[in-house]
Write a protein that binds this ligand. Structure first.
Ligand code: DGJ
Length: 715
């Protein structure tokens, strides 16, 4: 960090952040992007002079600046960063910078700065922390402290990131159950594009990130900046362009009226808002992945191949059927067997039982011991599904403790999947769930919990306080997950929420993977995984091979497509493989083997996506950091107007190295419609990274919904 003349320069991983401490109203980021190199004292000060706008007709005498917390008191007439009041008073804070503390860790590429600002009149203190980590990911957090003697109601505190003038197009994600993280693009014109989530969890429709870039930016090219909010509750993510040529991205928690009242001395810290940038989305995602992988709690072991029972047996918990399934799993190389929904008291379908976390005596007269013992004797880990935050009206728990249900008062919220949500911020609820889960983990050899959350929250108030309680529930959930892991250090937890409705780096700080979507149809998964992967690295993303007939779309696909799409993720199977014959099991085992051979590459390497001009096809891959080895998957998604489809080019290889290129299917896939053999598969070719990037190779001629793996190894 350099700090001279009131300016601060953070540098790391090819990124510079310049902060002007003297900007009127509040410190401002005046550059976030490409590394500006070592700046002299005068250059640093000249940068802030160069960034000062001129006064214009019809405007304020001091033109407003885009600061880290834009405020009306500094002339900001767009969305303010901070909103709150003391019963209507002190509604427009005005801060003065009291202190700026920079720190440089031993590693010179890590730098952060903490700014303390005070409004003596409104009696508020604001601490702002900016950290540029080793991956060049910019973390922004604010802590507001009420230093007055009366209550302060906080309505909004957002992190604000400036984006360059060239950012004229926005990309975010929308979605629904079975189709999460579907991309959408808009022109970034004057005005505000807001993505609020009021579902008590991010939700299937929430945006995982908001990106602003040069028109037409893709994965391989185009300057792009993006933010992600590491928070698992209500949230606001927005982009705004003003008539004064400011472009910004904002992210923060969405608070309900009265949800956050800061008493004298109380403080509130915003969730970690993370900003990434780069030339193309692959560069943006690389910073997220590198940062996530550097966390001390990032799973270090190989991700176990998982067999999940849900689509195989649903609620049919028959011991004999499940043991046959486990046998088949062990036969094909599964390493973790997860018993899904249906094992606990009263649970015959999804109308009853949630909350009663005791093994069902009728279905499991000898408890879970027979299945746990069977699975572990086969050398696999045992995992168990739970949905702790939920309760069915038809449960002993709901009958005994109706006040434990989140509600606004006077009536219960509308049901979703016949269930309500418990108030985890109520100490009694927390203790009950901790005791139940801990007891299960002590009673059985459980290595893994699949932690589900199958409905949005509505009117989520606590009976204990009569106030909205989403914020406190998210914090209580994080605490509960941490407490269970502290008590059972080997335990891994998967975060699932009707598939992928709670996907964010907040929940992933307390769990070990997400269930990406309930849709396992590989064609749908191509998009879902691609846009999830912008923030979430492959090893944290559950990706299973479903049966030939997709339960969510009704389409049929060959194994090579189903397995090839799942291959780079946290790989698994969700299919009744106890019905397969020996030849089919052998084929499946070959794919499991193939995954085990490449998981080191895909779970540590760089995820890349090609911007193919022909949108009927998809080319994606993983490239090792030393660029010695890569595996690409080429999918003909729909028919193409070109026939044969022409050349495909490969990003992210080393231009100057020579690579051997070959098709790599572990089993014999169905033939495509090509009339002659593809020349480069008959005569293996050795090409430079430059040739593969520029002229490429002819794509195989495939039927729609067929996939081929392409192995690329430096020689
Ligand atoms: C929703 C999950 O996404 C599914 O995988 C499955 O666990 C069901 N819930 C069980 O109810």
């Amino acid at each position: 960090m350099q700090s001279r003349n009131g300016n601060i320069h953070l540098r790391s991983a090819g990124t510079s952040v310049v902060i002007d401490l003297a900007a009127p109203g509040f410190p401002a980021i005046i550059h976030w992007g490409e590394d500006l190199g070592e700046l002299s004292e005068s250059q640093l000060s000249d940068i802030s002079i160069a960034a000062r706008p001129q006064r214009v007709s019809g405007g304020l005498d001091n033109p407003s600046r885009l600061t880290l917390v834009p405020l009306e008191s500094a002339g900001w007439q767009n969305e303010p960063g901070l909103v709150g009041s003391r019963s209507g008073q002190d509604f427009s804070p005005s801060f003065g910078l009291a202190e700026a503390q920079g720190s440089t860790a031993e590693d010179v590429n890590t730098a952060s700065v903490r700014l303390r600002s005070v409004d003596e009149h409104a009696q508020l203190e604001l601490q702002t922390t900016l950290t540029l980590d080793d991956a060049g990911l910019l973390h922004q957090q604010h802590t507001l402290t009420n230093i007055g003697t009366t209550d302060y109601e906080l309505q909004q505190l957002l992190a604000t990131f400036p984006v360059p003038q060239s950012a004229r197009e926005l990309l975010d994600t929308t979605g629904r159950h079975l189709r999460e993280r579907s991309p959408q693009r808009h022109g970034f014109t004057t005005g505000r594009h807001v993505r609020d989530s009021r579902r008590g969890r991010p939700g299937a429709d929430s945006t995982l990130f908001l990106a602003a870039g040069t028109p037409g930016f893709g994965f391989e090219q185009g300057l792009v900046h993006a933010v992600h909010l590491a928070w698992s509750g209500n949230q606001r993510v927005a982009a705004e362009r003003t008539v004064a040529a400011h472009g910004l991205l904002q992210a923060g928690e969405l608070l309900a009226p009265g949800e956050l009242i800061l008493g004298p001395g109380d403080r509130y810290t915003t969730p970690d808002a993370m900003g990434s940038w780069g030339d193309g989305l692959t560069a943006v995602s690389a910073r997220f992945h590198e940062s996530v992988r550097a966390r001390p709690n990032h799973p270090a072991s190989s991700r176990p191949v998982t067999l999940n029972t849900w689509e195989a047996v649903y609620f049919d918990h028959d011991l004999e059927r499940l043991t046959r399934l486990a046998d088949a799993g062990a036969r094909v190389g599964v390493e973790r067997f997860v018993l899904d929904d249906g094992w606990f008291r009263g649970r015959r379908d999804d109308t009853a039982g949630l909350g009663d976390w005791f093994v069902d005596d009728d279905m499991w007269p000898r408890g879970l011991t027979p299945i746990v013992d069977h699975v572990t004797a086969l050398g696999m880990q045992f995992g168990l599904w739970v949905e702790p935050e939920m309760v069915n009206a038809d449960s002993e728990l709901a009958r005994a403790h109706p006040d434990w249900i989140l509600q606004a008062g006077g009536h219960l919220p509308l049901e979703g999947r016949q269930q309500q949500v418990l108030d985890l911020s109520n100490g009694a609820v927390y203790e009950y769930l901790l005791e139940r889960l801990d007891a299960l983990l002590r009673a059985y050899d459980i290595a893994y919990l699949k932690w589900d959350h199958n409905r949005d929250l509505l009117e989520a108030g606590s009976s204990a306080t009569a106030r909205a309680a989403v914020h406190n529930n998210v914090l209580a959930l994080y605490r509960l997950l941490d407490e269970l892991k502290a008590r059972h250090p080997e335990l891994e937890i998967e975060s699932c929420a009707s598939g992928g409705a709670r996907v964010d780096l907040g929940i992933l700080s307390h769990t070990d993977r997400i269930w990406t979507s309930d849709c396992i149809d590989p064609i749908e998964r191509l998009t879902i995984q691609k846009y999830t992967n912008i923030v979430v690295p492959y090893e944290l993303m559950g990706a299973h091979i479903g049966g030939p007939w997709s339960h969510s779309t009704g389409r049929r696909h060959e194994l090579a497509l189903r397995a090839g799409v799942a291959l780079p993720g946290h790989f698994g199977i969700e299919w009744d493989i106890s019905r397969l014959d020996d030849a089919e099991l052998d084929e499946l085992a070959a794919w499991v083997d193939a995954h085990k051979r490449i998981r080191e590459l895909s779970h540590r390497g760089r995820a890349v996506y090609a911007d193919l001009p022909d949108e009927s096809a998809d080319l994606r891959g993983v490239v090792s950091h030393d660029r010695e080895q890569a595996l690409f998957a080429y999918t003909q998604v729909t028919t193409s107007t070109s026939y044969p489809p022409g050349a495909i080019t490969f990003p992210a290889l080393d231009d100057d190295r020579v690579y051997r290129v070959s098709l790599a299917s572990p089993t014999t896939p169905l033939e495509g419609p090509g009339q002659s053999p593809l020349a480069w598969t008959e005569h293996p070719v050795h090409l430079t990274g430059r040739a593969l990037r520029t002229m490429g190779i002819q794509a195989p001629v495939l039927f729609p919904e067929q996939l081929r793996l392409i192995d690329i190894v430096a020689i």
